[in-house]
Each structure stands twice: as structure tokens, then as C-alpha cells.
Design a protein around this ligand. Structure first.
Ligand SMILES: [Fe+2]
Length: 373
């Protein structure tokens, strides 16, 4: 599952790609010494034209996506290589759909079908261990700060390479946030309405690996824990590709778009609160599986006996990873902003939550967080 740069080079050599479009994050590409990596990747290949597109926005939004779509239209690449975090990979996945630029907004809103053809083959090289975007059929895009997503099998990258040496170099706060995304995606997947035996297998495996490696990856990153976190993130991606995510994800997006809180951190804000809410209301479960059994799986993986111990462990993980979940400390006036947040919540994701939620439940969860600390 773990690759070397030489394997990317071999893939490009054997497929004889002539024109390669590279999509990367402006800041992160410099930090990982991206130019050197690309040089190695295209060394001795038939490639004679390489063009770069750098994203600058902190989360994927439509204006930048439109620029990427025109970039692809002008360049007509044979290969799209996305080397970056979830946003970079998501941008490339969407822009790679043929003719997506015609009626783009209607297509994102799901009012028009997207085509079944792609512009080029796509390789994803994640530079963070988190989103699992390299294996998922979903891609996030914000329009006017509201989160939408395109979900279609055709956008799954044709190939992905996990290169732990790149991931190791990330700053601690980026590793903390993206790693927590992987953890949360697996946890949410295990109790999601849409989960099945296959997603459960991926999610359990992912969580077993991430919990053993997350904190050491933050504190003493090495090849071993970085490899494991890359694998855990990819497996979590495979899990949510089937099960989708639940309430903590649905509620997270406005925190990213309005308050610039990175995705994994935003998800961590409410994770254990929703876990408790779901657990305490399990008599009202809308799942076709036994929710209590799923919680027992979570307890076992975390090595705890009950919901309070589980939440304590999650709280402690956040504390050690320096992921602040107190709105006051984050300078978010939740009493003022909660109506806007409630308004923008992604209803689709809420439907995957094992317990039906209404806006007053979410309000309670958000405000309780504010007052109890
Ligand atoms: Fe996520």
C-alpha cells in the first residue's frame, strides 16, 4: 500500500503521458520540496510538457475551481497529477469531469447530471494523512461559504500513491487536524445508517491503526507512524465511500467556511457530543443494524467500557493533539452565530446519522459546548 517515488515514475513511463498538469497547494508545495519530487517523477519519461496550477484558498471554493477548469481546457493534459491535501485532490477530481464548466453551479447543486467522461487520467498523491480523498467518489466545493459536494464514481482517481516521507514533513497542527479527520471518519462510518459489512471492515481496520499511531505521528514523526497514518486515512476513505459521514461532519462545514477552522479540527468540535447523543437515544435508532453492537465495537477498539470513557478518551486525544474545542477559546461567539450555522447545515449528511436529528437537538449540542466549559 505504501509507494516510492520511483513507482510513480514507472507508472508515467509505461503510460507514456506527454502532457502533465500538476495541481498543488501554493504553500505546501514549497514546504515538501515539490519541484524536486516532480523532477524525480518525470525523470526519463516521454513527458515534454508540464504545467502547474497552484491553489491558494484554504478550502475548495467555486472561483478557484473555475480557474482550474479553464486551465484544463486550455492545456488539454493527458495526465492530471494532484499532489496535495483534500482540497487539492477534490479540485482536480471535479475539474477532470469533461464539460463540467457548462452549467457548473447547476451540476454542483445536482440539478443537472454530470457527464460520464473525464479529461485525463488522474493520479492522487496525498500530502496529508487524513481526508482519504484519493479513494473516494466525493469531492467538496463551497459556493458562497456553503458546502456542496459532487458524488460520482467517475471522479475516483485512477491511481493513488502513498508517500509517507512527504506526510512526515507536515507541521504538527496540520497533522493533528487531518489525522483527526481520519479518526472521525472511521468512527462516524461505524455507526452510519449507510454502513455495511464492507465499510465496517475498512473503518475498524483504519481506526485500529490510527489510534495506535496518531499521537506518536504528531510528537515523534517517523517513517513507520507516517506510513501507518497514510494507510489509516486511505482505509477511512474507503469506509466513508460506502457509509458516508454523519452529524459531526455535517455540522463542521460552516466552522470551516466562516471561521477558517481546518476540516479535521472542525469535525472534532462536536464528535464526542454527537456520539453521546446517539448513544443515549439509541432506542430511537433508524439503523437496520443493532446500534448498541456498533458502539461495543467502538468501545473495544478504544479499550474502554462505556460511553463516558469513550468520550473521555476522545477528549484526551484532542487535548494531546492541541485541537481546541472550546468556542470561547476559538473566539467564536456561538450564541450569536448558531442560527447561521444551523441554517447552513448539510441535511444530506444528517440523514446518515443513526438517530434522527432536528435543529433544536443540534442547537442544544452546540450551546451546551459553550456553557459547560
Ligand atoms: Fe472529513
Amino acid at each position: 500500500m505504501i509507494s516510492k517515488i520511483s513507482e510513480v515514475n514507472y507508472y508515467i513511463k509505461t503510460n507514456k503521458f506527454k502532457k502533465i498538469a500538476i495541481i498543488a497547494g501554493k504553500k505546501s508545495f514549497g514546504k515538501i520540496n515539490g519541484k524536486k519530487i516532480i523532477k524525480e517523477i518525470i525523470h526519463n519519461t516521454k513527458t515534454d510538457d508540464v504545467k502547474y496550477f497552484f491553489k491558494t484558498n484554504n478550502f475548495p471554493e467555486i472561483k478557484e475551481l473555475k480557474r482550474l477548469i479553464s486551465f484544463f481546457e486550455n492545456f488539454q493534459p493527458n495526465l492530471i497529477l494532484a499532489i496535495g491535501g483534500g482540497s487539492v485532490i477534490d479540485y482536480a477530481k471535479i475539474a477532470n469531469i469533461k464539460d463540467i464548466g457548462n452549467n457548473l453551479v447547476k451540476k454542483i447543486h445536482g440539478k443537472l447530471h454530470i457527464g460520464k467522461k473525464k479529461i485525463a487520467k488522474m493520479i492522487a498523491i496525498p500530502t496529508t494523512a487524513g481526508s482519504g480523498a484519493e479513494v473516494t467518489s466525493g469531492a467538496v466545493i463551497y459556493i458562497n461559504k456553503i458546502k456542496y459536494s459532487i458524488d460520482n464514481r467517475i471522479i475516483i482517481p485512477d491511481k493513488f500513491f502513498l508517500l509517507p516521507k512527504i506526510i512526515m514533513k507536515n507541521k504538527k497542527n496540520l497533522k493533528a487536524s487531518s489525522g483527526f479527520d481520519a479518526i472521525s471518519q472511521s468512527i462516524e462510518s461505524i455507526i452510519s445508517v449507510k454502513s455495511n459489512n464492507t465499510s465496517l471492515l475498512f473503518a475498524r481496520k483504519s481506526l485500529n491503526i490510527s489510534l495506535k499511531n496518531y499521537l506518536s505521528f504528531l510528537k515523534n514523526p517517523n517513517f513507520y507512524n507516517s506510513s501507518n497514518m497514510s494507510i489509516a486515512a486511505m482505509l477511512a476513505g474507503k469506509a466513508i465511500n460506502i457509509s458516508k459521514t454523519t452529524a459531526p461532519h455535517a455540522v463542521s462545514y460552516p466552522f470551516t467556511s466562516h471561521f477558517n477552522i481546518s476540516h479535521g479540527h472542525a469535525v472534532s468540535l462536536t464528535l464526542e457530543k454527537f456520539l453521546k447523543f446517539n448513544y443515549e437515544n439509541q432506542k430511537k435508532s433508524i439503523t437496520n443494524f443493532n446500534l448498541d453492537k456498533r458502539y461495543k465495537i467502538l468501545f473495544k477498539i478504544f479499550g474502554v467500557k462505556n460511553i463516558n470513557e469513550l468520550n473521555f478518551k476522545i477528549k484526551d486525544l484532542k487535548y494531546q493533539a492541541n485541537l481546541i474545542d472550546n468556542f470561547k477559546q476559538l473566539k467564536i461567539d456561538i450564541n450569536r452565530h448558531y442560527p447561521k450555522i444551523l441554517n447552513e447545515i448539510n441535511v444530506k449528511r444528517l440523514k446518515n446519522n443513526p438517530i434522527e436529528l432536528n435543529k433544536s437537538d443540534i442547537k442544544f449540542i452546540l450551546l451546551n459546548n459553550y456553557s459547560d466549559e
